[in-house]
Design a binder for this molecule. Structure first.
Ligand code: SAM
Ligand code: SF4
Ligand code: FES
Length: 341
């Protein structure tokens, strides 16, 4: 593999930027990343319609409101027919991609998910999956069924912190699965949470290094938002500035990557997503989940768009994109270096 990109090789400078994200130099890096984004991937913002189809989860991630020990959640599972119908509505609204996301929920067998993918592909949609850790043969089955992308953040690149935050899981296993997804020729999305308790600038630098080593096609970076019904409920959260400098460094490390301006950023600041779009991001993920279920998919509190329908979110997002002089992409929005076959 090639050498580390300059922005990561100059580690001390990167660490200073991460430690002081409001500094003048951080602002310059953010402008530089915005400029690079314009040159490499252009002005278009890719929209991905998010369908949160189940909030059951077998895991117990310390930060997440859907963790299995949270008894306050009213759990739901959408049926295969509901998921397919929702995807069809997304296609009618003009989405080119849908993201099927859930907690880690083994109630949906590999074969059931494959059947849903095959049906959703009938609408001409690109299918992104975000279902967590499953068996490699299931990833293979879903790729064969037509899914093109898989999102599974590594969350934190520090193995000790990873273990503390994810009881019963390991960073090594996560990396192994991300590599398996790459081998299957998915466009692979990794990413991390910014502002986690116990996180240091050095760990955040290693988050970028890992995303680069994986040559991730997508990198999702969002602030930690403490959820009161979790063990981390009383910890401070991440900030917009911290998150934006990480988005900028990710763009400078992976010039062609698909980088979302995350909903978490939009949830801690009304203009958080716009800030990320101007720091190197080029993807937005409006919510397509039927409003009936939305309030129960609260991975963190004060999540935006709980009352707005799919069409409203689409309209809102389009307005926000235009307000900063950008355009909505008309193409499927694959990674420019990804070869379908
Ligand atoms: N269960 C799948 C997984 O973990 O990959 C997909 C759904 S999970 C809810 C999606 C992402 O939510 C995780 O990758 C995690 O980074 C993020 N997340 C969960 N709780 C969060 C919190 N309190 N603050 C910020 N992000 C959070
Ligand atoms: Fe489950 Fe994903 Fe939440 Fe972890 S982050 S508890 S795997 S839904
Ligand atoms: Fe949902 Fe703005 S994106 S209302």
């Amino acid at each position: 593999m090639n050498d580390l990109p300059t922005v990561l090789r100059e580690r001390d400078q990167a660490l200073r930027l991460i430690a002081d994200p409001c500094s003048e130099s951080a602002q310059q890096i953010i402008s530089g990343a915005d400029h690079l984004r314009a040159q490499t991937v252009g002005p278009a913002v890719h929209l991905r319609g998010l369908i949160e189809f189940s909030n059951y989860c077998r895991n117990n991630c310390l930060y997440c409101g859907l963790r299995r020990d949270n008894q306050q959640v009213s759990r739901y599972r959408m049926t295969a027919a509901e998921i397919i119908e929702t995807a069809g509505e997304g296609a009618k609204l003009g989405y080119k991609t849908v993201v099927l996301q859930s907690g880690e929920d083994p109630a949906y067998s590999g074969e059931v998910i494959a059947e849903i993918i095959r049906e959703v592909k009938q609408f001409g949609l690109v299918v992104t999956l975000s279902l967590g850790e499953r068996e490699p043969w299931e990833y293979e089955l879903w790729r064969a069924a037509g899914a093109e992308r898989y999102l599974m953040r590594h969350e934190t690149a520090d193995p000790v912190l990873y273990q503390k935050l994810h009881p019963g899981q390991s960073l090594l296993q996560r990396i192994t699965l991300l590599k398996a997804l790459k081998e299957l020729n998915y466009q692979v999305g990794t990413g991390f949470i910014v502002g986690l308790p116990g996180q240091t600038p050095d760990i955040l630098w290693r988050d970028l290094e890992l995303a680069w080593k994986l040559q991730a096609e997508m990198v999702g970076i969002g602030p930690f938002i403490p959820h009161p019904e979790t063990p981390l409920g009383k910890e401070p959260g991440g900030t917009v500035d911290q998150t934006c400098i990480m988005v900028a460094l990710a763009r400078l490390s992976l010039p062609y990557a698909l980088i979302p301006a995350t909903t978490a950023l939009g949830s801690i600041d009304r203009f958080g997503r716009e800030a990320a779009l101007q720091a190197g991001a080029n993807v937005l993920m409006p919510n397509l989940t039927p409003t009936f279920y939305r309030a129960d998919y609260q991975i963190y509190p004060n999540k935006i768009c709980l009352g707005e329908g799919a069409a409203e979110c689409r309209g809102c997002i389009t307005g926000r994109i235009h307000s900063i002089g950008r355009t909505v992409a008309a193409d499927p929005g694959h990674h420019p270096l990804w070869d379908q076959d």
